[in-house]
Design a protein around this ligand. Structure first.
Ligand SMILES: C[S@@+](CC[C@H](N)C(=O)[O-])C[C@H]1O[C@@H](n2cnc3c(N)ncnc32)[C@H](O)[C@@H]1O
Length: 434
């Protein structure tokens, strides 16, 4: 029977695993999962993961330590990691070195030493234009690094709500294949239409897109322009990356996308994921003080603030509707959902006595916004942490839909590759220090 060995990094409460297992529980063998919340005594997300999937092969250490324990025969590595500054520095003793604590360099180490054949990563879409002082540099470093490690890459920004899911959550998904394990890929040629390119894409096969009419396709040699990660860190000036792209054999093709207007799923809205009024505890309804505070938070503001050098500047925020529209998908859920802030969801619905009242969303509704099962996080005794974990998680149905494509790619694997004594597919990569 076919099984795909999976490693889940930065596993949180297991959104990737749940999505893959919903597609086909028997297809995947989770050989290692890692989740560790830095500087926290109680490991809520880890405990929740174990509660749902059991303790087998689940690790609760800093990935910087745990990475050595990852088995060698990884077919698929998945994970949602934080968007950080990926720049590198050169030190006399060690050559190029990534900054300590920067999680990309842990992933990079794992790719180099464990050589997963396929990789699926998720991040905020801001990654494509970070940092603000040098737009696109961080993603450029990451792409360069992936190419150097032998991977071809594809990415696409996906807003879950555009494809029928109940939350407007826009994330960039990145899929990479280890070149040596697959038929030699070629960059698309001029004859190919974007429609044909989209059809061969892991992402747009499931999440269909069209090219945004106002932008041009960019195609160029990319990796050969730079000597190493340090060169990119210091000299990249290509600007932000577009919302869909490919890096094949170090050459780049990218374009700005829109959702295919012919794609017409049944759309879920906030109203569709609400619990029955009988199930809503009184504490979720707003009192006068909370209402006053929410009105103030969502009003337009202009405030004087000061730069580190003491220079004043004005910070302004526009007015937001007090109530979230029940007939649209929910706004992006943040880790701060449990606290009273501008982004907290606030809805008006009938209570169990038929009265129209304003309330916050419940932990179950937070789970439903991300397409998790009801009470997925019920083992987390702190309600605040249930919302926090959902703010960190992804929309599970995205992964469930992509699973079919991952299986398709896996089926293209060249099976008779050389295997070395550590059971790793061999790969002639240049040694490097990062
Ligand atoms: C964006 S969340 C991923 C959430 C996950 N996809 C889910 O569905 O719940 C990133 C996770 O990485 C974890 N993390 C942060 N630093 C870590 C480290 N050094 N080692 C291991 N995990 C870490 C965080 O605790 C958080 O749960």
């Amino acid at each position: 029977m076919k099984t795909i060995n999976v490693v889940e990094l930065f596993a949180g409460v297991g959104g990737f695993r749940l999505g893959l297992e919903r597609y086909n529980k028997n297809l995947w063998n989770f050989i290692f999962a890692n989740q560790w919340e830095p500087n926290k005594k109680v490991q809520h997300a880890f405990n929740c993961y174990v509660n749902n999937f059991g303790p087998e092969n689940v690790n609760n250490e800093d990935i910087a330590i745990a990475k050595e324990k990852i088995p060698n025969n990884v077919d698929l590595l998945v994970g949602g990691f934080p968007c950080q500054d990926y720049s590198v520095a050169a030190t006399k003793a060690k050559g190029i070195e990534g900054k300590k604590g920067v999680l990309w360099w842990e992933i990079s180490w794992i790719l180099k030493h464990k050589k997963p054949k396929m990789v699926l990563l998720e991040n905020v879409d801001r990654l494509l234009k970070s940092p603000s002082a040098k737009r696109g540099r961080d993603f450029a470093i990451m792409l360069f690094n992936l190419n150097k490690l032998g991977y071809d890459v594809e990415w696409q920004v996906i807003n879950a709500a555009d494809y029928g899911m109940p939350q407007r959550r826009k994330r960039v998904f990145i899929f990479a294949k280890l070149r040596e394990c697959f038929e030699t890929a070629v960059m698309f040629d001029d004859e190919q239409t974007l429609e044909e390119i989209n059809e061969s894409s892991v992402f747009s096969t499931v999440f269909p897109v069209v090219e945004k009419s106002s932008t041009k396709v960019k195609q160029m040699e990319f990796s050969s322009q730079f000597d190493d990660e340090l060169d990119i860190t210091e000299n990249y000036n290509g600007g932000k990356f577009l919302t869909k792209g490919f890096l094949i054999n170090g050459d780049l093709l990218e374009y700005e996308i829109e959702v295919d207007p012919n794609f017409n799923p049944e759309r879920l809205c906030l109203r569709d994921i609400l619990q029955n009024p009988d199930e809503i505890e009184e504490k979720f309804y707003l009192n006068q003080e909370q209402l006053k505070k929410m009105k103030e938070l969502r009003s337009a503001k202009k405030r004087e603030r000061f730069k580190p050098n003491g220079e004043p500047y004005y910070y302004s925020e526009g007015r937001m509707n007090l109530l979230d529209n029940l007939d649209r998908p929910g706004r992006t859920m943040l880790t701060s959902e449990s606290s009273l802030n501008r982004s907290t969801h606030l809805i008006q619905t009938l209570d169990k006595n038929g009265r129209n009242r304003r309330r916050f969303i419940t932990p179950i509704e937070a789970e439903r916004l991300n397409c998790f099962d009801d009470d997925w996080t019920v083992s987390i005794t702190s309600e605040k942490m249930r919302y926090f974990c959902m703010g960190n998680a992804l929309v599970v149905d995205i992964i469930q839909n992509l699973a079919d494509q991952i299986e398709r790619v896996y089926d293209e694997l060249i099976v008779n590759l050389k295997i070395n004594q550590n059971n790793i597919k061999t790969c002639d990569l240049e040694e490097y220090d990062v």
